[in-house]
Design a protein around this ligand. Structure first.
Ligand SMILES: CSC[C@@H](O)[C@@H](O)C(=O)COP(=O)(O)O
Length: 336
C-alpha cells in the first residue's frame, strides 16, 4: 500500500487533533478538540473540510460527547450541534447515524471511540479500493483535471478523486494533473497542489474560469471530482464549479468521473433539487486575506456547492462498485 503524505485527523485516545486546513500550505498548525462542540466549530469554520473528513470528525465528536456527558439530554444536544455544523455533506449525517446506533445499544465512551476509529479506517480502505477501480478507466496515458481538494486532507487518508489520480499516476497512466484553484477558499491551489507536489506528481494550477478553455485546447482525458452528496437518481452535489466542468467535459467529449464512498450516497434524497446547498458568508467572495476586493457595499452570491445532473456523469466510482451513466435504476446496485 502506498504511503499517505498527510493526515487531516488524528485521534490521541482522548482528543481529536485536526490539521488546520485554513492555514495550509504555508503554516502547519493543529487544533486539539476535547469536546463535541470543539469538533462542530472546527467543521463549521473549515479547520477540517471535505465530506468524508467531516463525517469522520463528527464520529470522533460523538465519542467525545459520550466521554464528556453522562446525561442523555446533554449528549443529544451535542449530537444535534454536530449535525448542524454544515448542511451538504451526507457523510456528516451518515456518521452520526452510525454512532447513534452504537449509543442506542448501550455503548460506553471507549466503545464509541473504537467505532469512530473504525469509521476512519474503513474510509481509508474504501479510498484505496476506489483508487484501483477508478484508474481502470484510464486506458490511455494523459492529463486529467480535478477541482477542489479530494485528497488525504478531505478524507481519512489517500483521497477519493485524488486517490484515483494517485493510483493512476503510480501505474503510469497520468502525465499531468491540472488543478482548478477553486475560489473562494482555494482548496485546489492551497491543498491539492500541495498534496500533489509532496507526492512528486506534476501539477499545473489554473484559475477556475480557465477550465473550459483548457478542456477545449489541451488534451485532457478525464475530469475527476469528488462529491458531498449523491442523490438516489445519481445527481451529484460537489464544490461550486463542478457543474460547469461537467458541461464543458460533455461539450468536448471528455470523460467525467465522480469518486465517492458509500457514506456520501443518500438514497433518501430523490434528486439534486432536494439537496440543501450551503450558502456561506458573502465576505468569503468580497474580501481576501482581510482585504476588501469589491467596492464597499457590493453584495455577493456564495453557494459553496452545485448540483451536477446524473446525465452528465460518465462514471460514478464507489467502494461498492462503479456505475456508468448513473440513473435511478443503476444507482440501486450501490445500495448498502
Ligand atoms: C473527498 S472530498 C469531496 C468533496 O467534499 C469536495 O470535493 C468538496 O466539495 C469539499 O468542499 P469543502 O467546502 O472544502 O468541504
Amino acid at each position: 500500500m502506498e504511503h499517505d503524505t498527510v493526515r487531516a485527523l488524528h485521534w490521541t485516545g482522548e482528543t481529536l487533533v485536526l490539521l488546520d486546513q485554513r492555514r495550509l500550505p504555508h503554516e502547519i498548525q493543529y487544533k486539539e478538540c476535547a469536546s463535541a462542540a470543539d469538533v462542530a466549530d472546527a467543521i463549521q469554520t473549515m479547520i477540517v473540510r471535505g465530506a468524508p473528513a467531516i463525517g469522520i470528525a463528527a464520529a470522533y465528536g460523538a465519542a467525545l460527547a459520550v466521554r464528556q456527558h453522562a446525561d442523555p439530554a446533554k449528549r443529544e444536544a451535542e449530537l444535534q450541534y454536530l449535525a448542524q455544523a454544515r448542511p451538504t455533506a451526507a457523510n456528516l449525517h451518515w456518521a452520526l447515524q452510525r454512532m447513534r446506533a452504537k449509543l442506542a445499544n448501550g455503548a460506553d465512551a471507549e466503545t464509541m471511540a473504537a467505532e469512530a476509529c473504525r469509521v476512519h479506517a474503513e474510509d481509508v480502505r474504501a479510498n484505496h479500493y476506489m483508487g484501483q477501480l477508478g484508474m481502470g478507466y484510464f486506458t490511455v496515458k494523459g492529463a486529467v483535471l480535478t477541482h477542489c481538494n479530494t485528497g488525504s486532507l478531505a478524507t481519512g487518508g489517500y483521497g477519493t478523486a485524488l486517490g484515483v489520480i494517485r493510483a493512476a499516476y503510480a501505474a503510469g497512466r497520468v502525465s499531468c494533473v491540472y488543478v482548478d484553484e477553486t475560489r473562494p477558499w482555494l482548496q485546489g491551489a492551497r491543498l491539492t497542489a500541495w498534496e500533489l507536489q509532496q507526492e512528486g506528481i506534476p501539477v499545473r494550477l489554473l484559475v477556475d474560469a480557465a477550465a473550459a478553455a483548457l478542456l477545449r485546447l489541451e488534451s485532457v482525458r478525464w475530469v475527476v471530482v469528488g462529491a458531498d452528496r449523491v442523490a438516489a437518481n445519481g445527481d451529484v452535489a460537489n464544490k461550486i464549479g463542478t457543474y460547469g466542468l461537467a458541461l464543458a467535459a460533455k461539450a468536448q467529449g471528455i470523460g467525467f468521473m465522480v469518486v465517492a464512498p458509500g457514506s456520501t450516497l443518500d438514497f433518501a434524497t430523490v434528486d439534486g433539487d432536494a439537496i440543501r446547498v450551503e450558502q456561506r458568508d458573502p465576505d468569503e467572495v468580497l474580501a481576501f486575506g482581510g482585504q476588501l476586493l469589491a467596492p464597499a457595499g457590493v453584495t455577493a452570491w456564495n453557494p459553496v456547492f452545485d448540483i451536477t445532473p446524473a446525465e452528465l456523469v460518465d462514471v460514478l466510482v464507489t467502494e461498492r462498485g462503479a456505475v456508468e451513466r448513473p440513473n435511478r435504476e443503476r444507482m440501486a446496485a450501490l445500495r448498502a
